[in-house]
Design a protein around this ligand. Sequence first.
Ligand code: GTP
Ligand code: SPV
Ligand code: MN
Length: 589
Amino acid sequence: MATPLEKWVEQQAKLTKPDNIYWCDGSEEEAHKLIEIGTKYEKIAEHNIFYELNQKAWPNAYLHRSHPTDVARTEQLTFVCHADKDTAGPNNNWMEPNEAKKLLTKISDGCMRGRTMYVLPYMMGHPDSPYAKACVQLTDVSYVAVSMRIMTRMGEKVAEKIGTRTDFVRGFHSVGDFDPNKRFIMHFPDEDFVWSVGSGYGGNALLGKKCFSLRIASWLGYHEGWLAEHMVIIGIEDPQGNITYITAAMPSACGKTNLAMLESALPGYKVWTIGDDIAWLNSGADGRLYAINPEVGLFGVAPGTSMKTNPNMVKALKADNFYPTLFTNAALDVDTNQPWWEGMDGPVPENLLDWQGKAWNRTQNTKAAHPNSRFTISIYNSPTLSKEFDNPAGVPISAILLGGRRTRLIPLVAEAFNWQHGVFLGARSGSETTAAAIHQVGVLRRDPMAMIPFCGYNMGDYFGHWLNIGRKLTRPPRIFSVNWFRVDDNGNFIWPGFGENIRVLKWIVDRVNNRVGAQETPIGLVPHQKDLDLEGLNISQDKLDKLFEVSPQPWQEELQDVGKFLSQFGKHIPSEIWHEYKSLARDLR
Ligand code: GTP
Ligand code: SPV
Ligand code: MN
C-alpha cells in the first residue's frame, strides 16, 4: 500500500512526467553526486549548473549561474490563495484557489520531461521542538536539491517520520522553461501547500524558506497563537559574560545577516548567531517570548561582504566546509578561479567574468557580480554559532528590533513606550527597496515588521495578532526601531555600521537591564548621547545630532503616508493602532 506521501509524489509525477524520480537521503555523498551531475551534465541557459571553484582558497565551493531573468524574488508573481481575497488582504496578490490550480496544472503539464524529479524530505525546526514541521519538496534541479540540503535539516529520517501521515507540508517546484510569463509562486495556506514554477531563485524555489516558514507559517501562527517573523536571532554577550537574546526584523538586503554575525567593535562584547533570516516566536510558560530558527543555513548577499564588514562570514565561507558552499551569480576571477563581488577585500582582479560568464572590465558601467548575488552556506560553519542553536526550546527574547533602510528621518535607535506602541512602531515602518526582489531599487515603501512580502494573510489582522501575543506575555520583550542607513548631505552613510552597530546593541542591552535612562520624544525614547559608547568613533556633533533628530514636519508627512497605507486595510486595522496613530499626530503638532 502506498503511503499518502508516495501517492502524492506519484500524482505529481503523472502531471509533470519526469524521466526519473529520485528520493534524496540527505547524505554528504549524495550532495556530491548531485554536484557532479550539475557540473557535468545539467545546464541552465548556456551554463552548467555548477562550476568548481578554487578548492584550496574556497574549500567545497561551487559557482552557480542562474538564468539571466531569474536573479531575485518576484513579488508580482507571488500569490497567496486563500478562499477569499479579504483574508489575503491588500498586502498579497490573490487568486481563487481552484482557478490558481487550473492555471498551474496547465503550466506544469509535462514540465519535468527529460529531467529528474528529486524528492526532498526535510524538517523546518529542530526535530525535538514541538514547533518543528515535517515537509517534502519536489524539484527538478540539482541546484535546488543541494541548496535545500544546506538550508534545512534534510534526510531520509524525515520521510520515515512522516510514514503514513498526511499532515506534512508539501512543496512542488519546477524551473519549467524559466519563462517569466509562466512563472508563479502560489501558496495554498489552508492545505500547507506551495506550488512554484518557472524560477530557480532562492526565495522563489527553496520552498522551506520564505514560502513555508513565513507565508504559510504566519497563517499557522495566526491560528495557533505564535508568530513567524522575518527576523535575526542573536545572543549579545557582555563583558560580565551575561547573554541577552534579541531578534531583529529588517527587510531583504537591509543588514540581517551582517547583524547576525557581527564582530564587535567594543572590547568584551560578543555576538552569538542563532538565525539570520527567520524566527518562529512562541510564548513560554514563564511569560517570556521564545525564538527558534527553523533553518540551518544562511542564504546571504555577497556584495559588500569583506574582512572589514563581516570577517566572521569570510571565515565561514573559507572554512574547510563539511557542507558545500554555493555562490550564485558572483563574478569569477579567471586567473585564480575564485569568486569575486563588489566590495570584496583587495584590488579588483584583472581578468573577470561577470555573473553571466561574460568578460568584464572595470571601465564598464555595470557590476561584475549581480547586486543580488548570494552565497548558500551551512550555519554550522559560522565561527559565531551560539551553543543554544540546537536547543529545541529556543532562547528567551529580551528585545525586538525593527529596522529598515532609511536614508532620512528614522533615528539610529528609538525605543517604544510599551508593547502596543511597539506594534504601532512596526506597523508604521518603511524601507527603501533593494535588489533582493525584482522592482525599482531605492524607493521608499511601507514595510511593517519587514513582512510586507511575507505575511501570508491580511496584514491588518496580523497587527491584531501581534497585540494578542503581547497580552499573553507577562514579561514581553521591549521593542526598538533601528536604522543604520541615514545619509548626510553628500549621500554618505553617517553611521559606520557593521561591527560598530554593537554600540547601539549595548545601549539596548543596558535599557532592557534597566542600567540607563532615555530621552522622551514624540516617536519614542532615544538615548542620552552620554549613554552611547562612541569612543574611538569620529562623527561630528552635528551629524550625531542628525542621527537622533525628530523634527515634526517631515514626521507629519511620513505619518500621512502611513495613514494612507493603513487605510487600505479598512476594518482589519485594530483600533489600538489608530489610537497610537492619532496620539503621535497630536504630539507632533
Ligand atoms: P536578505 O538576505 O535579503 O534578507 O538580506 P539581509 O537583511 O540579511 O542583509 P545583509 O546583512 O546581507 O546586508 C545587505 C547589504 O547591506 C549588504 O551589501 C551589506 O554590506 C549592507 N549592510 C549590512 N549591514 C550594514 C550596515 O550596518 N551599514 C551599512 N552601511 N550597510 C550594511
Ligand atoms: C530575502 O529576500 O529576504 C532573502 C533572500 O532572504 S530569499 O531567500 O530569496 O527570500
Ligand atoms: Mn531575508
